[in-house]
Design a protein around this ligand. Sequence first.
Ligand code: HEM
Length: 293
Amino acid sequence: MDDFERHGIGVVTGRDACARALRSPELTSDPGSGSPSVLLRDGDGHARVRGVLREIIAGLEPLPAPVRTGIEAVVDGLGSSLDLVRDFARPVAGLVTAAVLGVDLDDVFLDHLERTTANLDVFGGADRAGQASAFRLAVQLSRTPAGPGGLTALRAAHSAGRLDEDELALNAVVLAHAAYENSLNFLACAGLELATSGPRSVRELVTTVCPARYVLRFGPDGPLAVSLADGLPFGLGRHACPGSGVALAEGDVALTALARHLEPGCEVRDVVWKTHSVFHGLAKAVVTRSGNR
Ligand code: HEM
């Protein structure tokens, strides 16, 4: 029995059925908990918060030159043996997330951000450690001085009456998590694909990897997990990823540079997968470059 079945969650598969479900007015993202998170609500409140986040994300389209050079510098600094998660995906996704918020993010912050993964109320919000991490990050961000960028824009939206206090506090973390977690998982898995199967386009890679395997919806017959694995890596409908352009640009810069780095050929060892039911990713994968350039 899988995790969904154990929690009484139905599963929708197949591209057409999933597209229909994601566009259906009968199914909502709101579990009824009154959450201020953009991910867990629908209707006017969702559209209002999403509008603010969309404006913030547009600030990274096209990807600013310092972000591109920062990503390339991460790859330039890689040695002949590297862990695709620790040395490649994490610093790249961390750098882009810091640029989205307009604040510096250290390893402790990223550790807590990774711990909130299981805290998206996938199975009724039973993960206390994840909740504690999300709360800690919300408090930390509320006290962080911020330059130009997402955190300052969220505060401005709050001052202008576009967000209430709770929406401001939680959606700063939701935005950071959304920008970080799927990119982290995508970049590491795509790096492994490149190392084992050779060059592919970023679009193709994101569809193959599909780092967010399911999204949850709630309908008259109870909760449903809608699969994205059949060609819908960024979802569809009202909640479709507003950061897909940033994710693809980030992936393009990072994976092009990584492919160059691994061009002489490489060996892969110590591949360890994460076990989350929704987020598909690697915990570790060590790549050793063969030959000299
Ligand atoms: C490869 C990387 C990424 C993947 C695969 C991905 C995937 C997704 C998916 C499937 C959703 C829909 C969730 C749902 O329907 O419940 C989503 C939502 C979202 N994503 Fe992404 N994402 C990625 C990167 C990003 C980035 C880089 C950002 C920000 C710059 C971002 C911001 C968001 C936000 C704010 C939402 C919530 C939208 C809403 O609920 O209306 N994502 N993402």
